[in-house]
Design a protein around this ligand. Structure first.
Ligand code: GLU
Length: 521
């Protein structure tokens, strides 16, 4: 029987989530769901010095916003709980000790000062930054260099120690990467990484192997920054579990700055004017703020679609994919090896397309929040159904969600001021008289306030009033109703605003336009 596919997203809760992190989650999710498997969230919080409060909630909220809800997580434990590594602390020591007993790892008692001295003393021209490895370990304070009695004494004296992996010299270690194909390493280039720290916590290297094994992870996709330590993980899999059930690996390429010069960092966003995190994040340690796509006004469908295509395509020209389509089409083997440049203009294009596609009722809750924040009241909005209809009328004109505020607020409240300068460009004194004496009274008499009737009344009244260029009256009409040269079809707007409010705006607007016209004469 084929094994059930299980992937995991394993972030360290050290801050907000960068685009690259969310893409890692997304690819793990898409792959698992493509095969009808499980997507797991594991919190890798073993480095207590880097722990940041609220980061875990932020991660959960981001996944929720993106629709990448884990099947198992600290908040929804499954059969392999706990899902926070700090809560699994006792598990790891057993594995580290087993490696020591088998001669594949050792205790190291070196103090920070001794480690600094090592880097100084063993520095040569060929080896400017010496590592704790096979060539040096025998000269350090560890259970390989000390006798069994000396080692035992250090331990019983309570000398702090770590457990290090014993990497052999000049051994070839290979792995098959689902994106890169076969990759080989020579262990001479790899140091004896710490597996268990003095505080008893595992490092990432030990924890990732033990947890992927215990949680029955079948595929592990992670950032390419982990590729250099992959040989350590392969050796641990070999020594602890005889490579049995080792997940298939894929190391995901970097997301690059728009000019392709280096990795996209959170500071690039602030410099270049675009968000880099999924959602807003303020670091509680130094109050540094990083903007999020969500708050910039991206819809999650566009954010996810855009992210999926940074470094992947389905082999056709198709660019717009819903989540079910991504699940159906995603193929980890089609992810590019090389880094992919981030293009914010393209990200905006994705959002514009998605905003156009989504029905007004789906956008309404988010737009409503923005309108309320801008001072429009619940009462003015009247009903969610009306708001949804209005959104459908204007969505072709919007790219980001905040654009809906300026494109819809005039439906709910009278413009604070109107663009009289534009309204008087083609204005004539006769137009004022026509509005006041003909058009407005006709509208006041209108019994059935529909867009069609309003347009007919306008056409009939201008014709009967001998207005030669009725088009010249359209822009002022729009400006009186919405305040400026924007918005959908003017009679649709009037129909929606309603008779009383429309007529009030026409009267007020006419006064302002005539005043501006006179002042300019
Ligand atoms: N905790 C690691 C990180 O945040 C996880 C890497 C992995 O997915 O194995 O980069």
């Amino acid at each position: 029987m084929e094994k059930r596919v299980r992937t995991r997203f394993a972030p360290s809760p050290t801050g907000g989530l960068h685009l690259g992190g969310v893409r890692t989650a997304l690819y793990n999710y898409l792959f698992a769901k493509h095969f009808g498997g499980d997507f797991i969230l594991r919190i890798e919080d073993t480095d207590q010095t880097r722990f940041v409060p609220d980061a875990e909630e932020y991660i959960m909220e981001t996944l929720k916003w993106c629709g990448l809800e884990p099947d198992e997580s600290p908040f929804k434990p499954g059969d392999y709980a706990p899902y926070r590594q700090s809560e699994r602390k006792p598990i790891y020591r057993e594995y580290a000790e087993k490696l020591v007993a088998n001669g594949q790892a050792y205790y190291a008692f070196d103090t920070p000062e001794e480690l600094t001295a090592m880097r100084e003393n063993f520095k040569t021209e060929q080896n400017p930054s010496p590592k704790y490895d096979f060539s040096i370990r025998e000269k350090m304070s560890n259970s390989l260099a000390l006798s069994a009695e000396e080692t035992q004494k250090e331990i019983s004296d309570g000398t702090p120690y770590v457990i290090r992996i014993k990497m052999s010299a000049n051994e070839k270690v290979s792995l098959h990467d689902m994106i890169r194909g076969d990759v080989s390493f020579n262990t001479t280039d790899v140091d004896d990484k710490v597996l268990l720290k003095a505080d008893g916590m595992p490092t990432y290297h030990l924890a990732v192997v033990v947890d992927d094994y215990l949680m029955k992870i079948t595929h592990a996709f992670r950032g390419e920054e982990w590729l250099p330590s992959a040989p350590v993980h392969i050796k641990l899999w070999e020594n602890l579990f005889g490579l049995e059930n080792m997940p298939e690996w894929a190391h995901l390429p970097l997301i690059l700055k728009p000019d392709g010069k280096g990795k996209l960092s959170k500071r690039d966003g602030a410099k270049l004017g675009f968000p880099v995190f999924a959602m807003n994040w303020t670091d509680p340690r130094d109050n540094e703020f990083t903007e999020g796509f969500r708050e910039r006004g991206f819809v999650p469908q566009a954010f996810v679609n855009m992210l999926a295509l940074i470094g992947w395509n389905d082999g056709t020209e198709q660019e717009l994919f819903s989540s079910p389509e991504l699940i159906a089409k995603f193929d980890i083997g089609r992810v590019h090896k090389g880094g992919a440049k981030f293009n914010y203009t393209k990200a905006l294009w994705f959002n514009k397309e998605w905003v156009k596609t989504l029905p007004g009722f789906e956008l309404a809750p988010q737009v409503k929040q923005l309108l309320l924040a801008d001072g429009v009241t619940e009462k003015q909005i009247d009903s969610d159904a009306i708001l949804a209809g209005i959104i459908d009328m204007v969505k072709d004109r919007c790219t980001l969600l905040p654009d809906f505020v300026s494109q819809t607020d005039f439906f709910f409240r009278r413009p604070a001021s109107i663009d009289t300068a534009s309204a008087i460009k083609k204005w004539e004194t006769a137009y004022g008289i026509f509005y006041r004496e003909k058009l407005i009274p006709q509208y006041e008499n209108c019994e059935s306030w529909t867009a069609e009737n309003l347009e007919n009344i306008f056409n009939e009244t201008t014709a009967a009033g001998g207005i030669e260029k009725p088009g010249n009256l359209m822009l002022p009409l729009r400006i009186m109703l919405v305040g400026g040269k924007f918005g959908p079809h003017v009679f649709d707007i009037a129909a929606l605003i309603g008779k009383k409010e429309s007529i009030a705006r026409l009267k007020e607007g006419l006064d302002s336009i005539e005043k501006a016209f006179l002042e300019k004469q």
